[in-house]
Every structure is written in C-alpha cells, then in structure tokens.
Design a protein around this ligand. Structure first.
Ligand code: FNR
Length: 182
C-alpha cells in the first residue's frame, strides 16, 4: 500500500535549503510513500476569534493535513527555535480544541541549516510542539542536516552522497513507523 505524506516546509523563501531537501526527499522516496508539499505561505496569522468561522485557506490547509496518512515537517532554525511561520501553521491545524487534524498522525522531523549545529534547537522545540498537538513523532533516526549550503548543486539538486544515503534510510524507517502507527 501507498502512504500519503503531507510535507510542511518551515521556510517561505524561494531558495530555501529546507525546500530543496523536501524536493530531494520526494525524488528519493520509496514507492510506498507518496509525498507532497502542503504550502503555508498564504496562511494568515492565527487568530482565536475565527474559532467558529475561519478563513477559507485555513480550512483548506486543515483538510490537506487531515487527508494525509502521515506528516513530515522540515524546519530551519531561527534563533535556536522554530520559525514563527511554521509554528503558526502547526497552531492553525491544531484547533478547534479536541478537533486538531494532527491528532494521531505518524510524523517525523528534519532540521536543515547552513550552519554546523544543523538546527538542533529547532528540531527539539518542534518535537515538543508535535507531541503537544498529538503527532506520533518518530524518535529514531533523528535527522539533522548541517552545512546544508554545500549539499546542493546549481539546480538545487541534493548531491551529497552520504546525505542521500542517510535520508534513504530515514525514509525507510519512516515507512515502518507509519505502518506501525497509522
Ligand atoms: C537564522 N539562521 C540561523 N541558523 C541556525 O543554524 N541557527 C539559528 O539560530 C539561526 N537563526 C536565524 C534567525 C533568523 C531570523 C534568520 C532569518 C536566520 C540562519 C538560517 O539557518 C538560514 O537562513 C537558513 O538558510 C534558513 O533556512 P532556509 O530558508 O534555507 O530553508
């Protein structure tokens, strides 16, 4: 069987390293994973006043997450934590209380940074939030992609052989995690 995976990329910029890695994961994914990026760029800032009548793009985002068998969050690190745009997207799909669409989904996290610390702080802050919204987050293997500025060619293709190999193992482990937890 094929498992659908909603990928959320925590950076809005055009040349995002996180987005490049997401696209590489889509290309190298095993046939049992059907992965696609769910965009967050047009989401408004969360406002609890909408609780009864949210904007259309908020409802559409929640539906896309709800429809997926699993979720994969890619995060940059901003000031040792998760970028606000990504936290906002997670919050949006966590409401109304008790009806969050993340609840019970198998999920995984990858942090990507041009720096050597590989987004460790963001990775673990995001794990805390994922647990809070009910995502069954894969503990192992962890994925910290550091020095990411050197890992892609001019066309944005992932060229670092050891990262390609590692991410292949990560995705195979994720398939097993999904099958045990969905
Ligand atoms: C950063 N950056 C950064 N990098 C890091 O490793 N640790 C950090 O704490 C921060 N802090 C930080 C704060 C802010 C406000 C910005 C804009 C940037 C650098 C960051 O890793 C770099 O811009 C990445 O390229 C962002 O990811 P994308 O956009 O390439 O996916």
């Amino acid at each position: 069987t094929t498992h659908t995976v909603a990928i959320v990329v925590g950076s809005l910029r055009k040349d995002s390293l996180n987005r490049k890695l997401a696209n590489a994961l889509i290309r190298i994914a095993p046939p049992s994973l059907s992965m696609s990026i769910v965009e967050i760029a047009d989401l408004p800032h969360f406002n609890q006043d909408w609780e009864d009548n949210p904007p259309q793009n908020v409802l559409a985002f929640r539906e896309k997450i709800k429809a997926a068998d699993a979720v994969l969050l890619l995060t940059p690190e901003y000031n040792r934590s998760v970028p606000g745009v990504l936290k906002n997207a997670v919050d949006i799909a966590s409401r109304p209380y008790g009806q969050g669409v993340w609840i019970g989904k198998p999920g995984a996290v990858v942090s990507v940074s041009p720096g050597p610390l590989a987004g460790f702080g963001a990775n673990h802050h995001l794990r805390q939030v994922m647990t809070a919204v009910g995502i069954k987050t894969m503990a192992q293997p962890e994925a910290y992609i550091g020095n990411a500025g050197d890992q892609f060619d001019d066309k944005g293709e992932l060229t670092n052989a050891s990262t390609i190999q590692f991410m292949g193992k990560f995705l195979n482990a994720f398939v097993q995690w999904i099958e045990r937890n969905k």
